[in-house]
Design a protein around this ligand. Structure first.
Ligand code: CA
Ligand code: CA
Length: 204
């Protein structure tokens, strides 16, 4: 008896094919989602890094030309301050340094958790003006808590999100160390902190 050749697919084959297709679709969607989340996280970190780097560059530029005798307070580690007052040297006239108007860089609270970094020009004078350099600086540095201990192992105790301390050995120029943490909550509700330290030599 002649057998008829089977054509088309059985129901089982169709079900298997649909299952495989479904799994593939789910996998592709997961990979795509993971990829877009990674790209979003990268962009988020880059924006925070830009805010942090720009703020530190501005602080560095301002303090580089500060006169060492006009930097206050001069707090050594493990203590630190969240502000610094200074005047820059405009040059020498008749053998005497001519100083610019007093300036201040400070962290100012905006909420219970974070605040901004502000630069004040002509401090206490009629033409005083204040400019914001950063808006996402937490009260304390990353991994630091207020407990009179150095939790993040950086030689500073309970240091603020913007922390400034100095080193001034007798035979060396004044050095100001600036630690800055910038942090923000991403779309998944996770706090992303970025931190960096710069040291600035006051050569005047
Ligand atoms: Ca610390
Ligand atoms: Ca602490």
């Amino acid at each position: 008896m002649k057998r008829t050749r089977r054509s088309g697919f059985s129901l089982v084959e169709v079900l298997i094919a649909l299952t495989i297709l479904g799994l593939l679709t789910i996998n592709i969607a997961m990979v795509s989602r993971t990829g877009s989340q990674a790209a979003e996280s990268d962009l988020f970190r880059q924006l925070l890094d830009t805010e942090m780097d720009l703020t530190l560059d501005r602080i560095k530029l301002a303090l580089m030309s500060a006169s060492a005798d006009n930097v206050y307070p001069q707090v050594p580690a493990p203590a630190s301050e969240s502000h610094i007052d200074f005047s820059t040297s405009l040059g020498v006239q008749g053998g005497v340094h001519v100083m610019g108007d007093p300036e201040r860089i400070q962290w100012t609270p905006a909420t219970a958790e974070k605040g901004g970094v502000f630069w004040t020009q002509s401090l206490g004078l009629p033409d005083e003006r204040q400019i914001q350099w950063s808006r996402n600086v937490p009260i304390l540095q990353n991994l630091e808590t207020a407990n009179e201990r150095d939790d993040n192992d950086n030689g500073l105790v309970d240091e603020p999100g913007l922390s400034l301390h100095v080193e001034h050995a007798e035979d060396r120029e004044l050095q100001v160390f600036v630690n800055l943490t910038v942090s923000k909550t991403d779309s998944r509700g996770q706090v992303v902190p970025r931190s960096r330290q710069v040291n600035i030599t006051c050569r005047n």
